[in-house]
Write a protein of this length. Structure first.
Ligand code: ACM
Length: 640
């Protein structure tokens, strides 16, 4: 590699870091630097960058030195300030870099020297070793009674049901048993083999199930599709393959029901693109832990990932980042074109795949903030040329918000929401609504006129106006709008909108008190892009806090609310999430999700009385071989 960059912390205080970049020319030639490009996801104080011109769009930074000549085997050095909290992790450093030089027309890659922090933390807290539990069920069922012994099922056995409600679950069980355990199961029963019988029990509530395993056979009872799916997930964790290849089940009875009806997981596919295969892999894993909702974050500032047939520009332009493209590189791939999107046929395929596993797919189209990819794709429709408002989003964009005063905005919403509503059978559509920056719309005559006409006092009410429009539109399309906690700022959406709290649990409690249905997704426990310890080597961020396995496990939803408080009825469930700025590949995704997602699945499913940290660890230890069978690159809980 001909060029290398060092990144160092010069000094660091609580809210001010001085950082230094050194670019080494290791080639044999003198070069003339047109631009040194680097990816860094904190906002750099522009006036702190000296001896060169500097610009930043999101995480993409460009520096043009006033003295552009760089001789062979010499270096260029510059410093800058950031006024955010200290850099603590290696993933806080430069994420990638490239240079444009006069002598070449290409953007050239630059190697990064591993980043050295001022006070690295090398100690990783360990968790006590435990004896593994043989009946390693996660999440823990409500009631489980074991007796000594096993039901011996041999190398093949029958999966029997005469009820169509059980069909999907049995198909999935059959597929997974083959995939994971090498078991080839019969759906057309053969008398020569033992049987697992799926029976309809009309007395059971939705999602509930019973499993009874005796020496004579295994009986599974449920009253709906979801119940049969949940039972199948349990069976998959109970099947044990002996060294002779034969399968057996422990003798027990289980009676199970979930604590929360909505058990969700959100994947951000905008910051990095996850292949169809990776999305399905994750959905399949969610099914193993009885997580029943997949929230698909499909659009953001950095990319638009879903085909909209009437607006092909959204994916022709908005799905791709690159040094010469309308959307610059972000988070990785400084020198290359990077991206991807899902066609509507692929989306249908994912929805079907999820349905086969008892999982509902909720799409998220994030508006009115986090819209830069859409705006860059459709400037004629979405840019208010007379809007000179100055704002900067948390992620350092100055042009990422839809205008409530443009006709094009409503046309865009109509087209997109109509196609989304047609494509996704889920009742709920998530419209984001988070992180609209302060200062937006204040210097747009059209927005100001709209505020005067409508009698609005605050730009927040303009956001409310836009969201109210989306809510009505979705209602007309037969859908219910759901959004992040900021959706009810501006006081315009109706109580039909479901609020997902993310900054804290308190926001959900406050909304529930006002009469909103809510989903709890507090970043402090459920954001799996948070690093798993304070150790410097740990990938992740920690703006909410580090989330160790133990910390995730100990999330006690609504711990401060009295059991009899009616707001419990407003809490539809819990969701975990991963934002993917620091998740460029499958290995990192696995590492961030596993095993923490199993801890959170237990938070979502199991009653408080059933939850116990050391018992969970014993079950987790017994469960780890299942992760290995699936080649999941999990973070070893006992490695350190
Ligand atoms: C969010 O994390 N901005 C919902």
């Amino acid at each position: 590699m001909s060029y290398r960059v060092d990144f160092n912390v010069v000094s660091q205080q609580e809210n001010l870091s001085r950082l230094a970049v050194t670019l080494h020319n290791l080639s044999d030639d003198t070069i003339t630097i047109k631009r040194f490009n680097f990816i860094f996801d904190r906002f750099i104080t522009p006036s702190s960058v000296k001896e060169g011109d500097f610009s930043q769009v999101g995480s993409y930074c460009q520096y043009t030195p006033h003295s552009p000549l760089l001789q062979a085997n010499t270096s260029m050095y510059f410093e800058f300030d950031v006024v955010t909290f200290p850099l603590r992790y290696l993933t806080d450093g430069l994420k990638d870099a490239s240079i444009d030089i006069k002598e070449s027309n290409e953007t050239l890659p630059v190697t990064l020297t591993p980043f050295v922090l001022l006070e690295p933390i090398t100690h990783t807290p360990s968790i006590d070793d435990v004896n593994e539990e043989c009946i390693a069920l996660i999440p823990k069922p409500l009631k489980q009674t074991e007796t000594q012994g096993y039901l011996e099922l041999g190398r093949t056995f029958n999966l029997i049901s005469s009820h169509p409600q059980a069909d999907n679950a049995l198909n999935w069980l059959q597929t997974e048993a083959l995939q994971l355990l090498g078991l080839s199961l019969n759906r057309v029963p053969s008398d020569a083999n033992p049987s697992v019988d799926f029976l309809l029990n009309p007395v059971l509530e939705s999602e509930c199930y019973k499993i009874t395993i005796t020496e004579l056979g295994c009986r599974v009872e449920a009253n709906d599709r979801a119940g049969f799916h949940n039972a199948s997930a349990t069976l998959l964790q109970l099947f044990t393959i002996r060294s002779n290849g034969e399968c057996r089940l422990p003798l027990l009875t289980i009676q199970d029901q979930p604590r929360f009806n909505y058990r969700g997981f959100m994947l951000d596919c905008a910051r990095h693109f996850h292949s169809l295969e990776s999305v399905k892999r994750l959905i399949n894993q969610l099914a193993h832990y009885k997580i029943n909702t997949f929230h698909w974050h499909l659009t953001d500032d950095e990319a638009w990932r879903i085909e909209i047939k009437a607006l092909p520009q959204l994916t022709d332009i908005g799905a791709w980042r690159g040094p010469t493209l309308p959307i610059a590189p972000q988070f990785s791939h400084a020198a290359q074109t990077y991206g991807g999107y899902y066609t509507q046929e692929e989306i249908k395929d994912v929805i079907h795949y999820a349905q086969q596993r008892g999982i509902t797919v909720i799409p998220e189209i994030d508006i009115p903030g986090h819209c830069r990819a859409a705006i860059r794709s459709l400037p004629e429709m979405l840019v208010d040329g007379n809007d000179f408002s100055q704002y900067r989003s948390v992620q350092s964009y100055t042009d990422n918000v839809l205008s409530p005063a443009l006709a094009g905005t409503y046309e865009f919403l109509d087209i997109v929401l109509t196609e989304i509503a047609e494509l996704f059978p889920a009742k709920w559509v998530h419209i984001g609504a988070d992180e609209v920056p302060k200062g937006v719309w204040t210097d747009s005559p059209a927005c100001q006129q709209m505020m005067a006409e409508q009698g609005y006092q605050s730009p927040l009410e303009l956001q409310g106006h836009l969201l109210r429009y989306a809510e009505q539109k979705l209602k007309n399309l037969g859908k219910r709008m759901v959004g992040w906690e900021e959706a009810q700022h501006g006081n315009k959406v109706s109580k039909d909108t479901v609020i997902y709290s993310w900054l804290s649990e308190q926001a959900a409690i406050d909304c529930a008190k006002q009469g909103f249905d809510v989903i709890l997704q507090p970043a402090q426990y459920t954001y799996l892009d948070m690093a798993q310890s304070e150790c410097t080597n740990e990938p992740g961020v920690d703006w909410a806090n580090a989330i160790s396995l133990e910390h995730a496990y100990h999330y006690q939803p609504l711990a401060s609310i009295d059991e009899r408080d009616p707001i419990h009825k407003r809490v539809q469930g819990i969701q975990a999430a991963i934002w993917c700025e620091i998740v460029p590949n499958q290995e990192r995704l696995d590492y961030m999700l596993f095993p923490r997602i199993t801890a959170l699945a237990e938070v979502m499913w199991s009653s408080n009385q059933q939850r116990n940290w050391s018992n969970y660890l014993a079950r987790l230890k017994g469960h780890l071989p299942r992760l290995e069978q699936q080649n999941i690159a999990y973070r070893p809980p006992w490695a350190h």
